[in-house]
Design a protein. Structure first.
Length: 410
């Protein structure tokens, strides 16, 4: 009974924190102060180690942009001259950058090394676009992102669509995770002038920031989230541009998603450990108050509610173990409570997935049949974040592991 009471109490506390944070986070006033002119000088950075199977589709999509791109300003970052990626990139007149510090394996280090090389050569751009080698751009991507740049935003990210949403239920559910993040979270944040949560690539960074840093100083397991927290701390302006669409390959196998999500969660907690203590000191009279409050809260309310639900179920299991009598009315009550809370969680996640799919139905690259499967399967997929979190917390070191990209564009 005690565990059940604690469980219910934690669920209520988690909900209260969530609603309070959502209300307070609206108190934000962090809009761009200066408009910009046409974006005529920009570059594209693509970390592309051993990406010969997919890089050509990205380069073709860059060439096909409605906004003209000088392919010499497209930098393909590789680790060795013999990488087949190099010959493909040369065919499209892209610039090859070969890394030297190969002991530093993460994407942040690859970007850092390339930007430092540009700094040494005194080559500067007004905006730096960053993509993964497996990305493919909608032909209007750069044209749409230019609108965000001209509006004065320091950082902008596009709509991350599925490149292989029909390959497996795993790739479809993995892609839906980003639809939640963008269409639900980042769209609201943009409307309220809060800093968006950066995820992966498909973004630009204002050249003045790169000139100030003289590098890419974000090297954690999740350099995108690290940049998110930096942008909040330094009152940078960022926006989600849902009309700038790019396509991204998702893992097809369950094992790959486990490794990927474990790395994300480890990077999430490691980065927060550095930034969040500083955030609390910045709240007073800050135009970015809402972003600070939102990130200070982070995933806490959800974690509290999950712990509450686990304790509630655990209490029923302990009671069943004590009774050992299927005919006892208490046994029936315990089973009913377990089924109800699991069904409630399942229905909630299925409903949220259906809402996102309906909201993005004109954009999302997924068949109708797969959409139905995702609505039914996504609650199970999201539940696997719990073992991923436990693995990330209990494991001292989570290494960056390369994800093999093979999916060609249609």
């Amino acid at each position: 009974m005690i565990l059940e009471t604690i469980g219910i109490f934690l669920i209520i506390i988690g909900l209260l924190i969530l609603f309070t944070t959502s209300f307070l986070a609206r108190q934000n006033n962090n809009f761009p102060k200066i408009k910009r002119k046409e974006l005529s000088n920009f570059c594209i950075l693509i970390p592309a180690r051993d990406e010969s199977k997919v890089i050509e589709d990205l380069l073709i999509s860059i060439q096909n942009q409605t906004k003209n791109v000088n392919m010499k300003d497209v930098y393909i970052i590789v680790e060795k001259e013999s990488d087949p990626t190099v010959q493909i990139a040369k065919k499209y007149n892209a610039t090859i950058f070969i890394r030297k510090k190969l002991d530093l394996k993460r994407k942040g280090y690859a970007l850092d090394e390339c930007i430092k090389d540009l700094e040494e050569k005194k080559i500067y751009y007004n905006a730096y676009f960053i993509f993964d080698a497996d990305n493919v751009l909608d032909k209007y991507f750069l044209e749409e992102m230019e609108k965000s740049y001209q509006a004065g935003y320091d950082i902008a990210i596009g709509y991350r669509n599925l490149k292989n949403g029909n390959d497996s239920i795993i790739s479809a559910c993995s892609g839906i995770t980003f639809a939640f993040l963008n269409s639900n979270g980042n769209e609201t944040k943009s409307k309220q002038s809060r800093n968006i949560t950066l995820s992966g690539t498909g973004l630009y960074i204002d050249g003045e920031l790169i000139k100030k840093w003289k590098s890419f100083p974000f090297h954690s397991l999740t350099e995108d989230y690290e940049l998110t927290l930096y942008s909040i701390e330094n009152n940078l302006t960022s926006i989600y541009n849902k009309n700038a669409i790019f396509y991204d390959e998702q893992p097809i196998k369950y094992k790959n998603t486990i490794n990927q999500r474990t790395r994300w969660i480890k990077g999430y907690f490691t980065t927060r450990k550095e930034y969040i203590p500083r955030f609390r000191k910045l709240l007073k009279n800050n135009p970015n108050f809402g972003s600070l409050i939102n990130e200070i809260s982070g995933m806490k309310p959800y974690i509290i509610m999950i712990i509450g639900a686990i304790l509630y179920i655990l209490n029923q299991i302990i009671t069943l173990m004590k009774i050992h009598d299927l005919a006892n009315p208490i046994t029936k009550a315990c089973f009913t409570k377990i089924i109800l809370i699991i069904m409630l969680a399942y229905i909630l996640f299925a409903f949220m997935t259906a809402y996102i799919i309906l909201k993005d139905k004109d954009k999302i690259n997924m068949s109708k049949d797969m959409q139905i499967k995702v609505i039914l399967f996504s609650p199970l997929f999201f539940s696997t974040y719990v073992p991923c979190a436990l693995k990330a917390i209990l494991k001292k070191e989570v290494k960056w592991e390369k994800v093999e990209h093979t999916r060609r564009w249609k």
